[in-house]
Design a protein around this ligand. Structure first.
Ligand code: ZN
Ligand code: ZN
Length: 268
């Protein structure tokens, strides 16, 4: 199985996940042109994308769906509530391209489990993706856009081989920054976004001996920096037993406008 974020942050979010030459997107918050360009950097053709799975209906996650789904003629997977919210902004999508998901389904030959996160959209979800069946069945957990760490997140993210998780902001930067009060309250609230330290506490729960890769995603441009997110998380992990138990664990930050290298888990 392989994956990479294509764009990440409030300017747009999309991730490619797949195995061999079968792929799907999680979220589509980028233009068709940016999608094609960023996939090309990973040697993936847009024609190898078999579907788009939606976490929630905020614009930074859905703004490219209409043009991309029409051009590639691929299905879009979302819960009934998210469909209801986002349909008016997508333009024309053929009925047969609309797939309603609930708890678990298959896309591009991979099994995807759906679990709720805590965010101020109508509904919002994370996903646990299982690599192709076999001796090396690997798992990828993805959860961004959540104000708190939920029991469901602990249940589904614990023990994943790789994680794409949100390190949105540094709390001090947020509170000392120039955002208006209501926005500070929204971001730091239970249905907002995770702070670097909150995420690190979650990682202490989720990382197990098999966990190889962590991607910090959805960083705020105003209230965080890649260096600050990484150093805050690393400091907390280094004070735990994880550094000793899991010396090969690698962390990186998802770039805002470009993909990170394609990460391969087990056999691709
Ligand atoms: Zn978002
Ligand atoms: Zn959101």
């Amino acid at each position: 199985m392989h994956f990479a974020t294509l764009v990440s942050g409030s300017s747009g979010n999309a991730t490619v996940v797949g195995h061999k030459n079968r792929n799907f997107l999680i979220d589509c918050g980028l233009s068709l042109k940016a999608l094609q360009q960023n996939l090309a950097l990973l040697n993936i053709s847009a024609s190898e994308i078999e579907g788009i799975i939606i976490t929630h209906e905020h614009n930074d996650h859905i703004k490219g769906i209409g043009p991309v789904a029409r051009k590639l003629k691929i299905p879009v997977y979302a819960t009934a509530g998210i469909w209801e919210e986002m349909t008016p902004s997508l333009g024309k999508i053929a009925e047969e391209q609309k797939v309603i998901i609930s708890d678990s389904f298959s896309c591009a030959g991979l099994n995807v489990q759906v679990f709720p996160t805590s965010h101020d959209s109508r509904e919002s979800y994370g996903f646990k993706i299982h690599g192709p069946a076999g001796s090396q069945e690997k798992t990828l957990g993805i959860a961004t856009d959540t104000g708190v760490i939920t029991e469901d997140m602990n249940r589904y993210l614990r023990g994943c081989d790789a994680l794409i998780v949100e390190a949105n902001h540094d709390e001090e930067r947020l509170w000392n920054g120039r955002y208006p009060w209501y926005l500070k309250k929204r971001i730091s609230g239970n249905r907002g976004h995770l702070a670097n330290k909150q995420l690190a506490e979650g990682l202490l729960e989720w990382i197990q001996g098999n966990t190889e890769r962590i991607v910090l995603a959805h960083l705020s441009e105003e209230n965080n920096t890649p260096q600050l997110a990484l150093s805050t998380v690393l400091k907390i992990l280094k004070n735990s037993t994880i550094a000793k138990d899991n010396p090969d664990l690698r962390l990186r930050v998802a770039p805002r406008y470009t993909p990170h290298e394609l990460i391969v888990l087990g056999e691709d």
